[in-house]
Design a protein around this ligand. Structure first.
Ligand code: GDP
Ligand code: FE
Ligand code: FE
Length: 204
């Protein structure tokens, strides 16, 4: 508990978000249910730890983690309108919340919160299905989302240990695990998820 408090005390420079961390937390809290807000705070803690271990900016990790699910509770119609308004790939209209809250969510974060740093927006955009090429920030948000302390699926402890030992190995593990889960439950697989699998799992 004590350690979490210390990790939490990140001072923002003003370069990537115009307000304080507390102000960003308040904006996120307002846009999410309590349950998902608590998930986001745990993802931030994991992301900051992973940032320190991998020489990534803890400020960028904090901002990307706090905003990664910012739009997740918006309506389907709002996402569809946002896709059209910003002339995003019309194929997105054929999919659902699982992909919209990252890819379209990055646009919503940019416009509502004034966060324009491309690395932060890419990390939000890629957090659900990854990408063949991911920056360290992309990787640690993708992994932090999967291993945050509230996750209790059967392999969560394995994924967590791997994450803090070897970030790339954790990306590979998560990518394979997610695809196996989707296939075993007969879910539609988003094409970019297969591209991530080919680059990270089949290539290693
Ligand atoms: P969360 O937003 O913190 O719940 O986590 P994610 O953004 O990683 O995932 C959101 C949801 O999308 C989860 O239920 C995943 O299982 C699901 N998901 C991830 N990839 C795919 C995919 O390719 N197809 C489908 N149908 N669902 C996916
Ligand atoms: Fe998400
Ligand atoms: Fe999440």
């Amino acid at each position: 508990k004590k350690r979490a408090y210390i990790v939490n005390k990140i001072e923002y420079s003003g370069e990537f978000f115009s307000g304080t961390r507390a102000e960003l937390v308040a904006a996120v809290k307002q846009s999410l249910s309590e349950h998902r807000f608590q998930h986001v705070l745990r993802v931030e803690q994991a992301a900051i730890k992973l940032a320190k271990l991998n020489d990534v900016s803890t400020e960028k990790a904090s901002i990307a983690a706090l905003t990664h699910d910012y739009s997740k509770e918006r309506s389907d119609s709002e996402f569809k309108e946002t896709i059209k308004k910003y002339s995003m790939d019309p194929d997105l209209l054929n999919w659902g919340n699982f992909i919209w809250h990252g890819v379209v969510g990055a646009q919503i974060v940019s416009h509502e919160l004034g966060i324009t740093d491309p690395e932060i927006l890419n990390a939000i955009s890629r957090h659900t299905v990854g990408a063949p090429k991911m920056t360290k920030l992309d990787q640690l948000i993708y992994v932090a989302d999967f291993v945050e302390d509230g996750r209790d699926f059967p392999d969560a402890q394995i994924a967590r240990s791997l994450a803090y030992a070897d970030l790339q190995a954790a990306v590979i593990f998560e990518t394979k695990h997610t695809l196996q889960y989707l296939m075993s439950s007969n879910k539609t697989i988003y094409p970019a998820a297969i591209q991530t699998y080919n680059a990270w799992v089949a290539g290693h």
